[in-house]
Design a binder for this molecule. Structure first.
Ligand SMILES: NC(=O)c1ccc[n+]([C@@H]2O[C@H](COP(=O)([O-])OP(=O)(O)OC[C@H]3O[C@@H](n4cnc5c(N)ncnc54)[C@H](OP(=O)(O)O)[C@@H]3O)[C@@H](O)[C@H]2O)c1
Length: 275
């Protein structure tokens, strides 16, 4: 089944993408190429992942035409000062061997570079044709409010950690208010979903795995998961989340699985989270 798209301010974002963090060299090239041949239409990378050259190589090796793939990259928190920002984007494009990406994100908000500079650099990259769309990642409610006032280009997504074990209701509501889609990183809680009792039980009722249940839980809410895998069977299974449905009762039960220690990604430079 073809991956549906989510339209946001003119961007047609595939409803699921492939995460590539930690994938390097031949493993990365082979996984990206296999994913695209299996039907993925979206790749998520970042300057920080140190794998853009292999993501680009995997894209070319797949034989899938460039215009059929939505490529996202990001500018890391230590590259957000204006001159560093421009250089980071140039280097990403060189490594990917692409003239532009489809989506450029601020990877983590900076506490030292003024928000006005961060957003201005992002918007300039779009105006200069280096990206078709722009967005943010790891932005809190307050930061979304601030960015919405500053930006001259529509922000199309906020990429944040979302999975059944983390309550992100406040920031999800803020994304909705400002018209941003939500991209879910760690959508299977970085491997903690397999084995989770409730998700396994619900999966069994549908003939699906707990990972597929977690991904379906997100896509059914219009959230865009970007699961990472280098396993061809997992890559294929993770795409199989569009032609079946969780019941309202199952959605509600999964919605109660969040817990205070559910967050997986919390580096020292994290902003003050909303929960
Ligand atoms: N913006 C940010 O700050 C940020 C932060 C973190 C991540 N990200 C992005 O989000 C992507 C996804 O997050 P993540 O990689 O941290 O975590 P994740 O996708 O939740 O989990 C990845 C792990 O799940 C396993 N897995 C995948 N599919 C599976 C399946 N069907 N059954 C069983 N196990 C499965 C993978 O192992 P196998 O390889 O064995 O399948 C891998 O160990 C990243 O790769 C990156 O692109 C962004």
């Amino acid at each position: 089944m073809a991956v549906p798209v989510i339209e946001v301010h003119g961007a047609k974002i595939p409803a699921i993408g492939m995460g590539t963090m930690t994938l390097k060299e031949k493993i990365c090239v082979d996984a990206v190429s296999a994913a695209l041949r299996a039907g993925y239409t979206s790749l998520d990378t970042a300057e920080r992942y140190g794998n853009e050259e292999w993501v680009g190589e995997g894209l070319r090796a797949s034989g899938v035409s460039r215009d059929k793939v939505f490529v996202t990259t990001k500018v890391y928190v230590d590259k957000l000062a204006p001159a560093d920002f421009d250089q980071s984007v140039d280097e990403s494009l060189k490594k990917l061997q692409l003239p532009f990406v489809d989506l450029l994100l601020i990877h983590w908000p900076s506490a030292t570079v003024p928000m006005s500079d961060q957003i201005a650099s992002l918007c300039k990259a779009k105006r200069n044709g280096l990206t078709r769309h722009v967005g943010v990642a790891n932005f809190t409610v307050a930061m979304l409010d601030q960015a919405a006032k500053l930006t001259t280009e529509p922000l199309v997504t906020n990429q944040i950690e979302v999975h059944p074990f983390l309550d992100q209701s406040k920031v999800l509501a803020a994304c909705k208010k400002h018209g941003l889609s939500v991209t879910a990183y760690c959508p299977i809680s970085r491997g903690k979903v397999p084995g989770a009792e409730v998700l396994e039980r619900i999966g069994k009722a549908h003939g699906k795995s707990s990972s597929q249940v977690s991904l379906r839980y997100l896509t059914q809410q219009g959230i865009i998961p970007i699961p990472r895998s280098s396993n061809p069977d997992h890559l294929k299974a993770n795409l199989d989340v569009f032609d079946w449905k969780l019941t309202d009762a199952e959605m509600a039960e999964i919605g109660k699985l969040h817990r205070p220690d559910g967050r997986v990604v919390n580096p020292p430079h994290h902003p003050e989270w909303d929960v």
